[in-house]
Design a protein around this ligand. Structure first.
Ligand SMILES: Nc1ncnc2c1ncn2[C@@H]1O[C@H](COP(=O)(O)OP(=O)(O)OP(=O)(O)O)[C@@H](O)[C@H]1O
Length: 224
């Protein structure tokens, strides 16, 4: 459960969130809105990548600002730019690095790495240099290296920007089968169609918050 209470934030004198209060308890929640409306800032607050100027954000009752380490164990954050996330020379090593943060033993880690590489269609690339993957494959690797650690909550900031249609569908299927709570910021409205809830942000305020169909209709109308 994620809770925002009266959250406001500015970068310098540019106010980007204005008194946002939200309780996020559904399994799959989408966030949409115009460029610069404050979506990424909102998403980043869930694991304390941004700490609000005023108001509080809590994850399972823990105030995020004072419990960064514990919160980051629970919340996996997927950046839209995979180069921010890929650290190790090869695909397999990058996945294994993530797994070192779990309490699985070596044999279980190898098995889990194998499973996740197959699930994300990266098994043929396991020993390839990660930096030589295509943009979309890097995005899949960045996603895989978060999924593999099994966080309770996954926050993804525009996870499909570099993916082709097949991989976007694959990711939609992965999302549909997850047990974890999922918060996805996206301009790709199709991937949110079967989510439980969609929140529309405009100029730092929540302007619609509903099931996908009415929320996305409100967003389309707003942008027309
Ligand atoms: N670290 C920062 N320093 C200064 N300004 C920032 C910073 N991060 C974001 N901003 C500004 O805050 C505003 C909101 O940014 P944010 O990234 O939250 O929007 P967004 O809705 O995710 O946009 P987009 O859809 O374009 O990704 C933008 O005007 C952006 O330029």
């Amino acid at each position: 459960m994620i809770q925002f209470t009266d959250v406001s934030h500015a970068y310098g004198d540019r106010v980007v969130l204005r008194e946002v209060s939200l309780t996020l308890s559904e399994n799959r929640i989408g966030i949409v809105g115009a460029n610069g409306s404050g979506k990424s800032t909102l998403a980043r607050m869930i694991n304390a990548l941004v700490v609000p100027d005023s108001g509080t954000v809590t994850v399972d009752g823990l105030p995020v600002a004072k419990n960064k380490r514990e919160v980051r164990r629970r919340v996996g954050f997927i950046f839209s730019d995979p180069d921010r996330q890929i650290i190790m020379p090869t695909v397999r090593e990058d996945i294994e690095l993530s797994l070192r943060r779990t309490d699985l033993d070596k044999a279980a880690r190898l098995e889990r790495a194998r499973e996740v590489l197959a699930r994300f269609g990266l098994d043929d690339h396991a020993d390839h240099p990660a930096q030589r993957l295509s943009g979309g494959q890097k995005q899949l690797l960045a996603l895989a290296s978060i999924f593999v650690t099994d966080p309770a909550i996954i926050v993804a900031d525009e996870p499909t920007t570099l993916l082709d249609l097949r991989n976007t569908r694959m990711l939609t299927d992965v999302f549909a089968t997850l047990d974890e709570q999922l918060v996805v910021v996206s301009h790709d409205l199709d991937i949110l169609a079967d989510f439980d809830r969609v929140i529309v942000v405009d100029e730092g305020r929540i302007v619609a918050d509903d099931e996908p169909r009415p929320a996305l209709a409100a967003y389309r109308e707003m942008m027309a």
